[in-house]
Design a protein around this ligand. Structure first.
Ligand SMILES: [Zn+2]
Ligand SMILES: [Zn+2]
Length: 215
């Protein structure tokens, strides 16, 4: 299994990177990305530390670990600038905290994020068809999430992505160990998203394609 959206103590997750990664490996993960929330105040603190520990964990725990970020509540017109700064510091997986219906994410975040050179738009909420088409054009994957609250629009996102030919990935947005991916979460989330269970493999392949392009 691969999961490209998780949080540690470096933002609002409850576990150290080492514990999160080891637990993920124990649960059968082959690859994980550590994607803590960052903005202009924290990106330069978080990224080098996540890169250092990711390398150590990958070398010692037989799991592929990718250092990433989830750019969060950055003013939409500045997302592209933030993406550049995160990439310059070595972040491999670039996610943006999309316009979930569970929060007050700044309007137009989806629209600007999709054009900012990111890998995944997380929990895009009521994303417009125009932006789904733009995501396809820019090779940005849209996220189907197992996370409560953010998952309210999974079906809407999935159906529009299928109609437009945009790529989907399945992530957990784990903040606690019990959020990590397992068979029941996979089945429930796919069902809730209106997707056939086989579609899990397609989404996993999309995630592997993202990480393969980073090596
Ligand atoms: Zn988020
Ligand atoms: Zn998140």
């Amino acid at each position: 299994m691969i999961d490209l959206h998780t949080h540690t103590l470096f933002s609002d997750g409850v576990l150290l990177p080492s514990e999160l990664v080891y637990r993920a490996k124990f649960n059968g993960y082959k690859a994980i990305a550590l994607t803590d929330h960052v903005d202009y105040s924290t990106y330069d603190y978080v990224i080098p530390r996540i890169i250092e520990v990711s390398k150590i964990l990958q070398d010692n725990y037989e799991i592929n670990v990718f250092a990433g970020v989830e750019i969060t509540y950055v003013p939409p017109k500045l997302i592209k600038d933030m993406v550049g700064k995160c990439k310059n510091l070595g972040a491999k997986i670039i996610i943006v905290h999309g316009e979930t219906v569970a929060e007050t994410v700044p309007p137009q975040t989806n629209h600007y994020a999709i054009q900012a050179g990111i890998d995944i738009l997380a929990h895009p909420g009521h994303i417009t068809k125009e932006d789904v088409l733009l995501a396809k054009e820019n090779n940005v994957c849209l996220e189907i999430t197992t996370r409560a609250g953010h998952n309210a629009t999974n079906k809407e996102v999935a159906m529009c992505a299928l109609e437009c030919g945009a790529k989907l990935v399945l992530n957990t947005d784990s903040h606690e160990p019990q959020n990590l991916l397992d068979k029941i979460k996979i089945e429930n989330t796919l069902k809730q998203s209106g997707l056939n269970l086989d579609y899990f493999n397609i989404m996993q392949q999309n995630s592997y394609t993202i990480v393969a392009s980073k090596k």
